[in-house]
Design a protein. Structure first.
Length: 180
């Protein structure tokens, strides 16, 4: 049964990873420059616009990431678990694809979302301009690093699709020929 579920989960994982990759690139090239181009004023103006005119302000967190992140996190964990009894070559590529996504999704929930919230509320929190600028630069640079890791993990997911996931038989302790 598991040998039929794992390839399906892997395909869903890779498709969602492509969506995450595309969403991340869109956010980096289109959305983030709207509020990070000249902090702290640009961040404060963007935050005010989100409150006064939310229909005209990109809000990827609510409109995109709120749906995609939990879905891809769950499918990443399920894919990792389902691949656990596949051959070593295949499992290695699945681990290299899923673990970075799991870590990055958790980092987004635990650091990046709260940090962005603090940046957008920095005026109300009485942060100095220098501190806001520093936080914006740290957040943007961290997001570029996340994107690079996501890109690499996505490529590993594509490679995992190419390597046959022959199931390891526990009784005999042998494996089927596992592809390239």
């Amino acid at each position: 049964m598991m040998n039929r579920i794992e390839p399906i989960l892997l395909w869903i994982f890779v498709i969602l990873a492509a969506i995450v990759l595309g969403g991340g690139l869109y956010e980096l090239r289109v959305v983030i420059p709207l509020w990070a181009h000249s902090p702290p004023e640009s961040a404060w103006e963007f935050a005010a616009l989100r409150v006064t005119s939310p229909q005209y302000t990109p809000n990827a967190g609510v409109r995109f990431w709120l749906l995609v992140t939990p879905a891809h996190l769950l499918i990443s964990v399920a894919t990792l678990v389902a691949s656990w009894k596949t051959n070593r070559k295949h499992r290695r590529w699945v681990i290299l694809a899923t673990v970075p996504f799991i870590v990055l999704h958790l980092a987004a929930l635990l650091y990046f979302v709260p940090a962005l919230d603090r940046i957008f509320n920095s005026r109300n929190l009485n942060m100095s301009s220098d501190e806001v600028v520093s936080r914006v630069h740290l957040w943007v640079n961290g997001t570029w690093v996340r994107f690079a890791i996501v890109f690499g993990a996505f490529l590993c997911g594509l490679r995992a699709l190419q390597v046959k996931p022959a199931i390891v038989t526990p009784a005999a302790g042998t494996q089927d020929a596992g592809g390239s």
